[in-house]
Every structure is written in C-alpha cells, then in structure tokens.
Design a protein around this ligand. Structure first.
Ligand code: ADP
Ligand code: MG
Length: 249
C-alpha cells in the first residue's frame, strides 16, 4: 500500500478528457517522477492531489484517507506540500523570517502573526528554522533579505519553507525549470539530500530527462491523460510505447 494511492481518476474539461482512468501507487520515501509530453495531464493530476480540482471519477487516498473534497489548506495540514515552478518567497523579509512564517502558519492552523505570541514558541520556531536553513545550505545568509538571491538559492529557500511544515509528501512541478545547468545540478543534490535526511516522499513532474534519471526511483509516463507505463528508470527507455509517445524515437 502506497502513501498516495490514485485509482481510476478521470477529469473532463468540457469535451476534453484530460485524465483518463489514472492509476498510481506512490511508495513511501521514494522519488516518483511523472513525465509526459505537453498537455498529457500532469498539472491536472497534481491539481487533483492538492484540492484545486475535483476528479469526475476515482479516488485519491493519502495514508489511507481520502483527499477528495478537502480544501487545499486541509490537504496541506494532512502532510502534503507543493513546490511551485517559480519559487515564491517574501522578497522584503529576511531568509530566516521567510522560513519562520510558514512554521507559525502550520502550527497555528491559520495564517496570522499574533503580537501576543509567546517568546518560548517563537524561540522554538526560530531554532527549527535555523536547523532547516543549515540543511539547505543557507544558514550563513539567514539575515540577508530574500530579494537579492539567485534562482538556485531561492529554490533552497522555498524548500526550507516547505520543510519547516514537516510534510510527508512533497509535490514538485518542474523544480529546475529555467535554471542553468549548474543550478540544476545543485538542485538535484539538494533534493537527494532532503529526500534521504527527512523521510519525505517526492512526486516530481519534470521535462528534463537529466533530472528525472538523476533523481527518480520510479517513473510513470503519462500520455493523453493515461498512465501508459510505470517502471524503474533503467527500464523506462526500453518500452516501445514510451519511445513513441515521449522520447520521439
Ligand atoms: P501538462 O501539465 O501535462 O502539460 P495539463 O494537465 O496542463 O497538461 O493539461 C491537460 C489537458 O487539459 C490539455 O489539453 C489542456 O489544454 C487541458 N486543460 C488543462 N486545464 C484546463 C482547464 N482549466 N480548462 C480547460 N482545459 C484545460
Ligand atoms: Mg503542466
């Protein structure tokens, strides 16, 4: 039984069948990549995991509980976080403050900063945030404002903002999109480190085959809304239907 079990999920947009009977079983602590050509339904599928879209049919179970009908914040509190294609940080705040805010929001179950918050709680959150900044390699810059960061460091900060919420499942939609080769390689190393150190399951949507084959333990190939193949990375290229649908050979 996987941490995330998707069974028979379909989704129409008017007459268009964007997801067609999708089945997925994501195992705990693995990196599971979902690849496929543009328009295959990858983002639609991800949106069904985070409460942005409701499938027409099928079930989405996380740790044996249905996610369907839950609001995005409830899904987040259940332990699912999402990393966006473009890192979203508060550019006027310091790197440390950027990490402390989601920690407060997560613990309080709502986004508010009370002027009466206890000092003890703030101290424990600060310590937690600093530990995570150490993990992602930003501890020395923690008092700098986020505005002047490189794209690679913004990705590190965004990862820290996710990790401080202690997710069990992290969804990454093209985490290296638009990055230079060296930032991409740094991000691959960062994701590997985090996956191993924090016992977090990753679902990665990715076009870049270098990233997919560097990171994934398991790959599902989506084509025209349907999972055509699921296999280990060293096996995936050998499937004729994958070559036809995706690798273009
Ligand atoms: P991918 O992320 O794999 O590129 P998407 O999930 O974004 O693919 O899209 C799958 C199909 O569904 C595409 O044909 C796209 O045009 C269509 N689609 C996605 N979102 C919507 C929407 N909100 N309304 C109508 N059509 C949509
Ligand atoms: Mg997409």
């Amino acid at each position: 039984m996987g941490i995330l079990e998707v069974k028979g999920v379909s989704k129409h947009f008017g007459g268009l069948l964007a997801l067609d009977d999708v089945n997925l079983s994501i195992q705990q602590n693995t990196v599971h990549a979902i690849i496929g050509p543009n328009g295959a339904g990858k983002s639609t599928l991800l949106n069904c995991f985070i409460g942005k879209l409701l499938p027409d049919t099928g079930t989405v179970m996380f740790n044996n509980k249905s996610l369907l009908g839950l609001a995005p914040y409830q899904i987040n509190q259940a332990g699912i976080s999402r990393v966006f294609q473009t890192p979203e940080v508060f550019s006027e705040l310091s790197i440390l403050e950027n990490v402390m805010i989601p920690a407060f929001a997560h613990r309080d179950g709502a986004f508010h900063l009370s002027p009466f918050k206890s000092l003890a709680r703030e101290t424990s959150i600060r310590e937690q945030a600093e530990k995570i900044l150490q993990d992602v390699g930003l501890i020395d810059e923690r008092h700098h404002t986020a505005s002047a960061m490189s794209r690679g460091n913004k990705r590190r900060l965004e990862m820290a903002m996710c990790l401080v919420q202690q997710p069990k499942l992290l969804l990454l939609d093209e985490p290296t999109a638009g990055m230079s080769r060296s930032d991409t390689n740094n991000t691959i190393d960062l994701l590997k480190t985090i996956n191993e150190a924090h016992n977090i399951t990753f679902v990665v949507i990715e076009h870049d085959m270098h990233v997919v084959f560097s990171l994934a333990d398991r790959i599902s190939v989506l084509s025209q809304g349907h999972v055509i193949v699921e296999d280990y990375p060293d096996k995936i290229k050998g499937h004729p239907e994958v070559q036809e649908a995706y690798l273009g050979t």
